[in-house]
Ligand binder design. Sequence first.
Ligand SMILES: Nc1ncnc2c1ncn2[C@@H]1O[C@H](COP(=O)(O)OP(=O)(O)OP(=O)(O)O)[C@@H](O)[C@H]1O
Ligand SMILES: O=C(O)c1ccc[n+]([C@@H]2O[C@H](COP(=O)([O-])O)[C@@H](O)[C@H]2O)c1
Length: 220
Amino acid sequence: MHVRRRIGLLGGSFNPAHGGHRRISLFVLRALALDEIWWMVSPGNPLKPKAGMAPLDARVRSAMDQARRAPIRVTAIERELGTRYTVDTLGAMGRRYPRYEFVWLMGADNLAQFHRWKDWRGIARRMPIAVIARPGYDAGAIASPAMAWLRRFSVPLSSFVNRGEWSAPALVILRFDPDERSATAIRRADPDWAARYTGPPPRDQVTHRMILSGEETTAP
Ligand SMILES: Nc1ncnc2c1ncn2[C@@H]1O[C@H](COP(=O)(O)OP(=O)(O)OP(=O)(O)O)[C@@H](O)[C@H]1O
Ligand SMILES: O=C(O)c1ccc[n+]([C@@H]2O[C@H](COP(=O)([O-])O)[C@@H](O)[C@H]2O)c1
């Protein structure tokens, strides 16, 4: 038994969320024996253009829709924290939720450009990273500048899962039946998808629950 609950953090634009997000999350949950996955819907990826990005609330709603009846919680915590860069978000999360152990999750497409993220080595030093294979991106990810540094911290899945307390840097690559789905393809087929997700602001499934359970270390 782990002393601290283990959470996988999947940050993303979720513009919109899709079945691929759900499927990779459920796969990682089982593969890494996690307690939950938190989908952190980004107010704005620092490397992506604002044009074509649906409102945050619509993206959060689409994520809640995809996450229903699964151990996946949807949060827009970066809006509350006022952070945009992942390294800043993860620092704030660690301080706010000391009773949890986190692993950062990302698809191989993000590993391929991870070296362009602010202080990416700082992210890797803060928590383990699990990369999920993605059709069309795996070769680019393996040959990426970030991988040239991260490779030495690579850990086989079995020893990663059986570790006691997690340490970082640690990198685990997860290969499974690849999922072709993407938000780009959905936007192309259904440019008005966000019109289905209007209404009052949704209740945050992480910060709201923490306040109720008294697990917040700081006031929201
Ligand atoms: N089919 C997939 N297989 C593996 N990883 C995925 C898949 N879809 C999304 N991801 C990962 O989930 C996270 C959030 O993805 P995001 O919200 O950007 O969706 P996307 O489908 O990649 O969007 P877009 O097509 O707009 O770039 C990222 O780390 C991304 O790599
Ligand atoms: O911190 C950075 O420099 C940085 C640069 C690009 C992307 N990110 C984060 O990567 C996550 C995936 O983003 P996306 O748009 O590919 O779904 C999301 O949480 C972004 O905030 C972070």
